[in-house]
Ligand binder design. Structure first.
Ligand code: NAD
Ligand code: GLY
Length: 332
């Protein structure tokens, strides 16, 4: 399907200042008409109120089913724009131009779109695939280092859960990646997208396999909840969660202690935190009890089998497992 010529580019002031004009000019030069929709920057604006402002512009400017939306920005813009596209006039085409590492390797792939509700993150949304994703790794040069590192956590995740060779490549390429070398960035983004796309092709609606993308997220979400949103970037919390999951896997005999250490070392090399903040075990267990993978009260964890494979396991005695795991890890 040809992308509609009439487009609205949804972005925020930060990304607009950096790339808005270049994108507008290149779309105009290619024959697209462009309306700019600028929404405030920040996760707190990924909500129904912001969505309504996008609909307002589209309706006032007579956008119809032959129009399309383009998300220019990180995961917040991508999720918001994707959901606007999924719902405006019951669905119009959309494209993603992700500009953070996290959005290039994760949120722009797989079609999860949506907004937050005051009672929880991403509670309102739709599966809606973009028609096109355009990634330019040069945009990562302006990204704050902490945001870049947070994206790398998801890149490491793909190697651990699905591709041992990719993990080994990341170990060899860590210096180039830290220096933002183009060849290394392109390879890291390309292989991450391939791994995620392969999983989503098998299980788009997360009935089974797609759950493995949550490796490190069960404990990571507990860290985010307990620390209060804002102290850790999502990728930082996931890095801590992956080290906890790998240590749990080693406790349960699914991976060797050296493999868990290699995962931790690679995350440290990417300037990511790896030690759990010092909250009581009971608080961690309670927070993990609200994980989406909990079934009939039983905690289920994605655990790595060595490096390059993983499994979803029901944990019979979470208290016993996490007592041993946290005892093996220093805390902040
Ligand atoms: P973000 O979109 O908030 O971007 C982080 C910051 O970087 C923002 O201030 C943004 O304006 C700025 N920025 C973006 N590109 C820049 C650039 N090139 N240079 C300088 N600054 C730039 O955060 P994110 O980490 O990209 O995305 C997080 C969101 O993604 C969350 O809402 C999360 O729920 C969602 N997410 C969705 C999926 C999915 O499958 N749909 C997967 C993972 C995460
Ligand atoms: N980020 C998890 C997923 O897309 O399923």
């Amino acid at each position: 399907m040809r992308f509609p010529r009439r487009t609205a580019v949804v972005t925020n002031p930060t990304v607009q200042a950096l790339y808005g004009e270049a994108v507008r000019q290149s779309l105009a030069a290619a024959g697209f008409s462009v309306t700019l929709v600028i929404v405030p920057d920040g996760e707190e604006y990924k909500n129904l109120a912001t969505l309504e402002t996008i609909y307002d512009t589209l309706i006032r400017q007579n956008f119809d089913r032959t129009s399309g939306l383009i998300a220019l920005g990180g995961g917040v813009i991508g999720d918001l724009t994707g959901f606007a596209a999924a719902t405006f006039l019951r669905g119009i085409p959309f494209a993603q131009v992700p500009t953070t590492l996290l959005s290039q390797v994760d949120s722009s792939v797989g079609g999860k779109t949506g907004v937050n509700h005051p009672l929880g993150k991403n509670l309102i949304g739709a599966f809606y695939q973009p028609l096109h994703v355009h990634i330019d790794v040069q945009t990562l040069r302006t990204l704050p280092p902490r945001e870049f590192a947070a994206g790398l956590a998801e890149v490491v995740k793909y190697g651990v859960i699905r591709d041992r060779d990719f993990f080994a490549w990341l170990e060899r390429s860590k210096e180039g990646l830290r220096r933002l070398e183009e060849a290394e960035l392109v390879e890291a983004v390309k292989r991450s997208c391939q791994i995620k796309a392969n999983i989503v092709e098998i299980d788009e609606r997360e009935n089974s396999l797609r759950a493995i993308l949550n490796f490190g997220h069960t404990f990571g979400h507990a860290v985010e909840t307990l620390a209060g949103y804002g102290r850790f970037r999502h990728g930082e919390a996931v890095a801590i969660g992956m080290v906890v999951a790998a240590t749990a896997a080693s406790e349960l005999g699914l991976c060797r202690a050296e493999e868990a250490a290699a995962i931790r070392d690679l995350l440290v090399a990417f300037d990511l935190p790896v030690t759990p903040p010092d909250f009581p075990l009971a608080a961690y267990l309670q927070a993990m009890g609200r994980d989406k993978k909990v079934r009939e009260g039983a905690l289920r964890l994605v655990l790595n089998c060595g490096i390059g494979d993983c499994t979803l396991r029901t944990i019979a005695d979470p208290e016993q497992l996490f007592t041993s795991v946290l005892a093996r890890l220093p805390s902040l």
